[in-house]
Design a protein around this ligand. Structure first.
Ligand code: NAP
Length: 313
């Protein structure tokens, strides 16, 4: 087998724990797929998981690979896998426990892998799975958004927010949202109307919304409630203990936790393939230079200009 390197770490911690090292991909289970990675993309959760914030879920088995989102070509499949074949071009995400997409090859469960639309470049495909998959489930599975309804997307230019705006518009919804002051022209090009800044006063927004999606996890619930139409739903991307508790109570507030649902991933892949969904790429770096790029991204804040894409050599 050709080179198999990945970005991995031997303990949870700061960016200094990251190493680019040779590794042996794990043996395929019946539902596993081995993918030769052509592009991978970073998400905020990569940093939280490396720092150990989710160690109750991710465990203490080291070394751990880093990264979830990938696009590539199927190299081998487990015995239960009939939907995907060696040589297929795919996009997908590794499981929370598995991870390891910043690599030459990744092993992932088939549920989180779908065919890549033919015209969609590998780098664009790699930006889609987690951000757009979460946006899709937030809008439609949790937010129950229907064509003709109204949605307000807080943080509408981040990866989840921007995905939500495009998916909601394609679904026939009317989209409003917030962005950082100065970014209004960019928000306007996505058809967002009206556009508020992050600290907006909800009394200045007269329209009422069937779904309010907080795509940054920073929107005070009181503000969200003021903008809600009768029977409307508030959906937050932030699964904090307080939000999880509130979400369990009767009422309009819900938290989305992205899940591997193949049909949902197929829907967002189709939207990307049809040209209805694109996330900007800010930087593309080879795997050999990815650790400094990831460190810089983490330290300078995320997504000011778009996704970081990592391309194996
Ligand atoms: N629950 C889940 O399953 C799930 C799945 C995926 C992501 N997430 C979470 O969703 C959030 C967004 O993820 P992402 O991939 O979209 O990240 P991202 O691309 O970095 O976008 C974050 C957005 O938040 C904006 N922002 C920064 N500070 C803000 C503030 N004080 N108020 C409002 N907006 C602010 C940013 O604006 P600027 O770019 O102008 O700074 C950016 O638009 C993250 O917290 C991530 O962990 C949750």
């Amino acid at each position: 087998m050709p080179a198999t390197q990945r970005i991995q770490y031997h303990q949870y911690g700061a960016p200094e724990v990251l190493r680019l090292e040779d590794f042996e991909p794990r043996q395929l289970g019946p539902d596993d797929v081995l993918v030769r990675v052509r592009a991978a993309a970073a998400n905020p959760m990569d940093f939280g998981i490396r720092s150990g914030k989710m160690k109750m879920v991710t465990g203490r088995c080291f070394p751990r690979g880093m990264g979830y989102d990938f696009a590539g070509v199927v190299d081998a499949v487990g015995e239960n896998v009939t939907r995907l074949h060696v040589g297929d071009e795919v996009l997908g995400a590794a499981s929370i426990k598995g991870s390891g997409a910043f690599a030459d090859v990744v092993v992932a469960d088939q549920a989180g892998i779908v065919h890549k639309p033919a015209g969609l470049p590998f780098d664009a495909a790699a930006t889609i799975p987690i951000a757009a998959g979460t946006a899709y489930q937030a809008l439609f599975t949790v937010g129950k958004l229907q064509p003709g309804e109204t949605v307000f997307v807080h943080a509408s230019l981040g990866a989840v927010g921007r995905s939500a705006v495009q998916l909601a518009s394609t679904h026939g919804a009317i989209v409003a949202g917030s962005c950082r002051p100065g970014s209004e022209p960019e928000a306007r090009t996505l058809g967002i109307d009206p556009i508020a800044d992050f600290d907006f006063n909800p009394t200045t927004i007269t329209r009422r919304f069937d779904t309010v999606l907080d795509a940054a996890g920073t929107l005070p619930i009181k503000k969200a409630r003021r903008m809600l139409a009768r029977g409307g739903r508030i959906v937050s991307v932030k699964p904090s203990p307080a939000n999880m508790f509130r979400s369990a109570l009767p009422g309009p507030f819900h938290v989305v936790i992205g899940k591997f649902v193949t049909a949902d991933l197929e829907a967002v892949a189709r939207a990307a393939g049809d040209g209805h969904l694109r996330l900007p790429i800010a930087h593309t770096v080879p795997l050999a230079q990815a650790i400094p790029a990831l460190t810089q991204l983490e330290q300078n804040g995320f997504a000011k200009r778009g996704k970081l894409v990592i391309v194996p050599g």
